[in-house]
Write a protein that binds this ligand. Structure first.
Ligand code: AP5
Ligand code: ZN
Length: 214
């Protein structure tokens, strides 16, 4: 399967991705995770992306299209993939279509994580992540077994620099202005399925499985 996960910050894309990935043997490509790794490693890409990310603005289309083009060539992605956080502009969606057309493939489903903005601040400000795996927790909704520590590796959890109420406003603004049009772009192709992303994580997972098995 070739899937796209679209939704505002905190809607649950990164939480559902590992579950879908394991269930369907897909690769998980999260542009946000890849960019954060590049920023941490101070690579040329990371240096270019850092400021926009810290301000809650989108990084340029060319940079993210480049990393996705490269990442999709991985052998683990040949059976199918989950794109988490990409495409986020109509230009990115058009570029992705071109890439897939060259391989004779196309997107099977776009999962739209529909949710009210008002719910997102609590989710974002309570999130703690394990940076090397991208696993996320929440102090209230998904607490780790030991506070501040990753369940799997025992390594410390950190908070994302852009996970403040202030930066969330810019991220939501970017979502509504630049990313919502991408949902319309795929609606015209008849591949969008909308989820009730405000429900508890397990219920969202069941909705995803229903959509993907139909
Ligand atoms: P990115 O990393 O993609 O961030 P985002 O889109 O803002 O999404 P989040 O990761 O915040 O939300 P999520 O939906 O994954 O939520 P999660 O499941 O963790 O992008 C970061 C930045 O990189 C961008 O601002 C931009 O600068 C740049 N960038 C990335 N891609 C780009 C692109 N294509 N083009 C240009 N720039 C790009 O859940 C959040 C919290 O809620 C967690 O604590 C979780 O435990 C909890 N939670 C999850 N589900 C539930 C639930 N159902 N009920 C209760 N709590 C829940
Ligand atoms: Zn995420």
């Amino acid at each position: 399967k070739r899937l796209i996960l679209i939704g505002p910050p905190g809607s649950g894309k990164g939480t559902q991705s590992p579950i879908i990935k394991d269930e369907y043997c897909l690769c998980h490509l999260a542009t946000g995770d890849m960019l954060r790794a590049a920023v941490a490693a101070k690579t040329p890409l990371g240096i270019k992306a850092k400021e926009a990310m810290n301000n809650g603005e989108l990084v340029s289309d060319d940079l993210v299209v480049g990393i996705i083009d490269e990442a999709m060539k991985k052998p683990s992605c040949q059976k199918g993939f989950i794109l988490d956080g990409f495409p986020r502009t109509v230009v990115q969606a058009e570029k992705l279509d071109e890439m897939l057309q060259k391989q004779g493939s196309k997107i099977d489903k776009v999962l739209n994580f529909a949710i009210d903005d008002a719910i997102l601040e609590e989710r974002i400000t309570g999130r703690w992540i394990h940076p090397s795996s991208g696993r996320s927790y929440h102090t209230k909704f998904q607490p780790p077994k030991v506070p501040g520590v990753d369940d799997v590796t025992g390594e410390p959890l950190i908070q994302r620099k852009d996970d403040t109420a202030e930066v969330l406003k810019s991220r939501l603004d970017a979502f509504h202005r630049q990313t919502e049009p991408v949902i319309n772009y795929y609606s015209t192709k008849g591949v969008v399925a909308s989820l009730h992303a405000e429900k508890p994580p397990k219920e969202v997972t069941s909705e995803v499985k229903n959509v993907l098995s139909s």
